[in-house]
Design a protein around this ligand. Structure first.
Ligand code: HEM
Length: 485
């Protein structure tokens, strides 16, 4: 027994000595609490609510250590960053996603989120025009009609006490993205619900794999029950994207919109048509690549905006003074008009501040990861190439640069001339969110309609937040609403 203990101690000492010997003087400091062999992994292995709490504490620790630290999982070195300037330096210099994103490859293939740098560079350039302001402006009718539909549906809950409004925001956002970006009317609630449920399960399998290090290898994963489970849910998601694609392609081929007028009864040309055009005229996308982009846009274009809207409504209900200010601004800008016009969006300055503050307060994509191709020099350290860099977006949003009131929900900060320029909810650098303007336009329109019609009550302190690929509420987002008279 003694021999086993001695051998174990010797192994630990050898391991520490080897690691320390390898570290260059310019490397950032090591995060405390690492264990031999497993490194800092044990700090992350817990349930998804506790993990959110730990990350919420952990990012302060990183900031206190200078905003850049080194951590380990097994033989792998990870850099963790919360310093806003250094994070931007890394995101700008390194546009290659980390291998962690490969876990989503069976689902999203080479869509923009998961694509390797060489494919991404080419495809992003081709797809950027689909998200131009001129095209997005044509979506205003759809944003308005979808917002009015949401108000109509929410009316059923008015005056009836607390309910989970995330169900409404998710279904509505999924319909909106199908309509605007993919040009398909997807109001079939049965299919819509099936997709939302399967998506939740796929997120769970991705999250589970992340913490089961023995399933990181493709080979071990291939034999696991987790893969079988994932495949079953993926077939539901792919079935949906195939359905969307077939419906739209049939319309495209029938030349219904040959004069680029978009789907009948609407004035816009959906994003998918640009892809069809590029693939039929110039053969720039294969069928598989088109499916990958559809899958990516379907998820990235609805789950994000729905989650932000859900958190925003909860916060508005928790801060009645903020809600009243937003309501007054909406009344002033819209007057007696039924719909929000594109020119109104720029005038809804306080509403924009509310949205940005919500995304700072609850950063729904809390971290992003990059693979460093080469050494990167930061303000105080040099990161070594071929390592993983985790940019902690929620840490950037709670950095002391925001001031003493960093932990308060205060939309007014966005109206101050000295407001820090470190807003990172849509990612950083050139590989940031392609849908950020779409997201702001659709969320502002929805909120303008909702706040105008209902007074919301909520208590965000009762909400337990969990972390998955995105953050969500574990306990449901409960609000109550009454119709304004
Ligand atoms: C409030 C809503 C949204 C938030 C907070 C958000 C956040 C983000 C973040 C943080 C990234 C970077 C991910 C990374 O670096 O790993 C990203 C990328 C992306 N987002 Fe969004 N997003 C939102 C809405 C949307 C919408 C509406 C769409 C599409 C219509 C969209 C499509 C994408 C795509 C395709 C990428 C990958 C971009 C690339 O790598 O070139 N997002 N988003």
């Amino acid at each position: 027994m003694l021999a086993v203990v001695l051998i174990f101690i010797a192994c630990v000492l050898y391991w520490r000595w080897r690691r320390q010997r390898k570290v260059k003087a310019t490397e950032p400091p090591e995060l405390p609490g690492g264990w031999p062999i497993v490194g800092h992994l044990l700090r992350l292995v817990t349930d998804s609510c506790t993990l959110y709490d730990r990350i919420d504490v952990g990012h302060h620790e990183v900031t206190q250590m200078g905003g850049v630290v080194r951590a380990h999982t097994g033989t792998r070195t990870l850099y963790l960053l919360t310093d806003p300037d250094d994070s931007l330096t890394v995101a700008t210099a390194s546009m290659e996603k980390d291998n962690f994103y490969n876990f989503a490859e069976p689902w999203l293939g080479h869509g923009l989120i998961t694509a390797k740098y060489e494919i991404w560079k080419h495809h992003r350039k081709l797809l950027n025009p689909a998200f131009s302001q001129i095209l997005l402006d044509t979506f205003m009718d759809a944003f308005n009609s979808q917002s009015k539909k949401m108000v109509e549906n929410l009316e059923n809950e008015a005056g009836k006490g607390f309910f989970d409004h995330s169900i409404y925001t998710r279904h509505n956002a999924l319909e909106t993205i199908c309509m605007t970006a993919l040009g398909v009317d997807f109001t079939d609630t049965n299919l819509n619900s099936k997709y939302v449920q399967a998506l939740e399960q796929v997120f769970k399998t991705l999250y589970e794999r992340l913490f089961k290090v023995w399933l990181h290898s493709r080979k071990t994963f291939a034999w696991s029950n987790l893969k079988k489970k994932q495949d079953a849910y993926l077939s539901i998601l792919h079935n949906m994207s195939n359905t969307v694609l077939q419906r739209r392609k049939a319309e495209f081929n029938r030349k219904i919109n040959a004069d680029t007028k978009g789907i009948p009864g609407t004035k816009f040309k959906p994003f998918i048509d640009l892809i069809f055009e590029l693939s039929s005229e110039k053969e720039l996308f294969t069928d598989k690549e088109i499916r990958d982009h559809v899958d990516t846009i379907l998820v990235a274009g609805h789950d994000t905006t729905a989650t932000v809207l859900t958190f925003t409504m909860t916060l508005l209900g928790s801060y009645p003074d903020v809600q009243e200010k937003a309501f007054n601004e909406i009344q002033e800008v819209l007057g007696g008009k039924k719909d929000v016009e594109k020119a109104d969006l720029t005038k809804l300055v306080y509403l924009e501040a509310v949205l940005k503050e919500t995304m700072r307060f609850y950063t729904i994509v809390p971290v992003i990861a990059r693979r460093l191709k080469e050494d990167i020099k930061l303000k105080n350290y040099t990161l070594s190439g071929h390592k993983t860099c985790i940019i902690v977006l929620c840490g950037i949003h709670k950095h002391p640069i925001w001031g003493q009131d960093v932990n308060e929900f205060k939309p007014e900060r966005w109206l101050a001339p000295d407001c820090p320029k470190a807003f990172s909810a849509f990612g950083l650098g050139k590989r940031n969110c392609i849908g950020k303007t779409y997201a702001m336009m659709s969320m502002k329109t929805t909120l303008a309609h909702v706040i105008r019609h209902f007074k919301i009550e909520a208590d965000h302190t009762k909400m337990r937040v969990k972390i998955g690929v995105m953050i969500k509420s574990e306990t449901g987002h409960h609000i109550s609403i009454v119709t304004r008279t």
